[in-house]
Write a protein that binds this ligand. Structure first.
Ligand SMILES: Nc1ncnc2c1ncn2[C@@H]1O[C@H](COP(=O)(O)OP(=O)(O)OP(=O)(O)O)[C@@H](O)[C@H]1O
Ligand SMILES: [Mg+2]
Length: 363
């Protein structure tokens, strides 16, 4: 088997909970993969158009985009454009997309529209990442039908697990009806702040509930990630040495390794490097300074950021070496042929059983 032959992977980034880092993950993971010479198409499936703006495209000036693809059956290449800064193609959105929901309702095979469009172009890309809206509507359903897998960003805060059951049930439903191959790419902990006891507890609970379905890479709360979209560029262009950039490079590396292992199941090194409950809990409690109640959160400076460990990836240093290992010049990772997460996800209670005792620190 030719492990270097290009094959595409379509990943929907979804969580119907709002503000958990879906768009941030879609834009920056796309840019990280593009920086590793992967051919990437980013699809903005959210009428808010945040991913479009985050790629430097003015959503008010979008003449053709995902709306035309879904409703008018326009070709993806005709409706997409290059984002030179981020190194990927973008299928943009604007608020017209809200109307697409209504128009789709009257169409035949309405949940298949995106799938049909992407089948025409998927071999032109190594990765197609879809930024989903914060609801389980017909747009998100289109993403699940078109995708090979779902990446679920989970914010490490109170109510983090709320709604996850509904999301996973929806994924199961799609798997049982129209897309049996749909896998869970992984649960990604976002906006993690190791100084916040609640964040640490939620992170630990996630690993205990979902085990290897949780990415080892943890995205820290990092002000650079919040600043980059206002410049219309990804974190790779805005500050490639920031902890946010390192985390998304590490995530790209983790996904590439995961796919590489899935393509070579006989490889003895095929044991997953996803988080295990015991390992992760020990890592986090050992490495993460926990903010004591009443203690002021330490605002991040780049110097402080460099010293603070990145949980799940070891430290910022190991995240960096991880990224370097997979960065430009490294041979292309193998293409995926087998999904790595076939099993059903255990059902969970609707919310974390922990209570907030400190405010989240930003920085
Ligand atoms: N790791 C992070 N550190 C700091 N800020 C972050 C981080 N991730 C996301 N943010 C910020 O949090 C806010 C919400 O993030 P984002 O827009 O990615 O979430 P979303 O899930 O796409 O939201 P929506 O559900 O509205 O589409 C944004 O202002 C973003 O800049
Ligand atoms: Mg969003």
């Amino acid at each position: 088997m030719d492990y270097t032959s290009p094959m595409s992977r379509i990943i929907a980034i979804a969580n119907q909970k709002g503000g958990v880092g879906k768009t941030t993950t879609t834009v920056n993971l796309s840019a990280a993969l593009a920086s590793m010479h992967k051919r990437v198409l980013l699809i903005d499936l959210d009428p808010q158009g945040n991913a479009t703006m985050g790629c430097g495209i003015d959503k008010h000036q979008v003449e053709a985009g995902i709306f035309e693809v879904l409703v008018d059956a326009m070709g993806v290449h005709d409706a997409s454009r290059k984002s030179p800064e981020n190194g990927c193609d973008v299928l943009p959105a604007n608020s017209d997309l809200t109307a697409a929901e209504v128009e789709l309702m009257n169409m035949e095979q309405r949940e298949q529209r995106l799938h049909q469009a992407l089948e025409q172009v998927r071999e032109d890309y190594d990765f197609i990442l879809i930024d989903c809206p914060p609801s389980l509507n017909i747009l998100t359903l289109n993403a699940f039908v078109a995708a090979d897998s779902v990446l679920v960003p989970v914010q490490c805060e109170y109510y983090a697990l709320e709604g996850l059951s509904a999301l996973l049930e929806t994924i199961d439903g799609v798997r049982e009806s129209v897309n049996p191959q749909l896998a869970i790419e992984g649960l990604l902990r976002t906006m993690y702040d190791g100084r916040n006891r609640l964040g640490v507890e939620v992170s630990t609970q996630l690993v205990q509930h979902f085990g290897e379905q949780v990415f080892r890479t943890v995205v820290p709360r990092n002000v650079r990630l919040a600043e980059a979209p206002s410049h219309g560029i990804s974190i790779m262009q805005y500050d490639r040495t920031s902890r946010g950039a390192l985390a998304y490079l590490a995530l790209a590396g983790e996904i590439l390794r995961q796919l590489s292992r899935a393509a070579r199941p006989e490889d003895p090194a095929s044991a997953s490097d996803k988080a295990s409950p015991q390992q992760e809990t020990a890592q986090e409690t050992a490495q993460e300074p926990i903010q004591e109640p009443g203690q002021e959160p330490v605002l991040e400076t780049e110097g402080a950021a460099d010293r603070q460990p990145v949980p799940g990836s070891g430290t910022a240093d190991t995240a960096f070496s991880d990224a370097e290992h997979l960065d430009v010049g490294a041979p292309d990772e193998a293409a995926p042929t087998v999904d790595t997460h076939k099993g059903r996800t255990p059902s969970i209670s609707e919310q974390a059983s922990v209570r907030p005792d400190t405010e989240s620190a930003d920085g």
